[in-house]
Design a protein around this ligand. Structure first.
Ligand SMILES: [Zn+2]
Ligand SMILES: [Zn+2]
Length: 373
């Protein structure tokens, strides 16, 4: 069945060019996507535009008048006449508004800016994740005018300077002849309309600043300098335009005992000399709570005890880093008489009263061994 192009445009089959143009212009005003965001209206606008395109072309119109459909031949074009035959919407709007290179008025409604918020996290929060309630102040849609910018009962009026085009053209004479230049209309800023009675709440911007709160989920394993993106939680755009995104940047607060290196954590652990020599079991505060760790007899001052998978969970993938406890072996500084006597006795038993002299096995041999390397 051939498409009823005359019916779509709402004109009689005998309509002349002026009548076609008038009918299309009227429909375009109410259906153009800039004015009417309704998907049904956009679909109808495409049909109306296709009908106008067909009927304003004498050859195509003749096919219609003979009962045919100039857009129906060729498989790919039948479903989407709009994609075929002419250069699209821009051309046809230019035909009306005489723009040449004109882009037409730009929308008062624009995309909002992104926002950035910084938060501090404890090591445990960064390690295991958390949920934070944030309070932030951003632009939100003005509740009084719903983003339109006009006071109640009023609407923006067409800019008289550019007659709604958003641009003004001027002709200049040069030695090359007449040159036509187009520039953005200074009166309306290129929007094509003027808010004569601005909304008292937002002053015509369509948005106001407001405090609001939202909660953000912090994933386990996050690190200083990383940003979490919350889509659409940034600033609302002028005219109530779509919001930008909110970025939450984290900074990890220093921890009293742990320092972080990637997903590994390091800490220092003090151990009396006697415990290092004899071996013991001690309690260590880890990120997961207190844990008992075994210290082998004869543990040396620069020893590092590594607890596998007790570090920070990996942000991507599974598993965790390690915890490294660096041992500080503490040599007693104040000995009472009894302690000194026992230590001297031990030294005598080990032949260590005068390290470095003959028979001293410990320190001297060690030193010598290191020097040779
Ligand atoms: Zn307002
Ligand atoms: Zn203007």
């Amino acid at each position: 069945m051939a498409t009823d192009y005359y019916g779509t445009l709402g004109v009689a089959p005998g309509a002349d060019d002026a009548a076609l143009k008038k009918a299309y212009r009227k429909l375009a005003r109410e259906l153009h996507p800039d004015v009417n965001p309704d998907p049904a209206a956009q679909e109808r606008f495409k049909q109306v535009t296709a009908a106008y395109e067909v009927l304003s072309d004498p050859e195509k119109r003749q096919i219609v008048d003979l009962g045919g459909d100039p857009l129906a031949n060729g498989a790919g074009t039948a479903g989407n006449p709009f994609a075929q035959g002419f250069g699209g919407l821009g051309d046809i709007m230019d035909a009306f508004f005489g723009g040449g290179q004109s882009r037409g008025p730009r929308s008062r409604v624009r995309q909002g800016a992104d926002a950035l918020l910084r938060i501090d996290l404890d090591l445990a929060e960064a390690a295991f994740g958390t949920t934070r309630e944030l309070t932030l102040e951003t632009a939100v849609v003005c509740g009084t005018c719903a983003g339109e910018g006009s006071a109640a009962g009023t609407h923006p009026t067409t800019c008289a300077t550019c007659r709604g085009h958003g641009e003004v053209q001027s002709v200049q004479r040069s030695f090359l002849g007449q040159v036509m230049t187009t520039r953005t209309c200074g009166r309306c800023g290129g929007v094509g309309s003027i808010v004569e009675h601005p909304c008292g709440e937002c002053g015509g911007d369509g948005r106001v600043r407001a405090r609001r709160s939202l909660s953000v989920k912090i994933p386990p394993g996050i690190e200083t300098g990383m940003r979490i993106r919350l889509t659409g939680e940034g600033e609302v755009g002028p005219g109530g335009g779509p919001s930008g995104d909110l970025y939450v940047e984290v900074t990890e607060k220093p921890h009293p005992t742990f320092t972080r290196d990637g997903d590994d954590v390091h800490c220092r652990l003090s151990l009396p000399m006697t415990a290092a020599a004899l071996g013991t079991t001690i309690k260590l505060d880890t990120l997961d709570g207190e844990e008992e760790i075994d210290i082998a007899a004869g543990t040396q001052p620069d020893a590092v005890i590594t607890l596998r998978a007790r570090g920070i969970p990996h942000l991507r993938g599974t598993g965790r880093g390690d915890l490294h406890a660096h041992l500080d072996i503490q040599v007693p500084t104040k000995l009472d008489a009894e302690q000194e006597r026992l230590l001297r006795e031990l030294a005598a038993l080990r032949g260590e009263e005068r390290p470095g002299s003959s028979g001293g096995r410990g320190a001297a041999a060690g030193l010598f061994g290191r020097k040779r390397r």
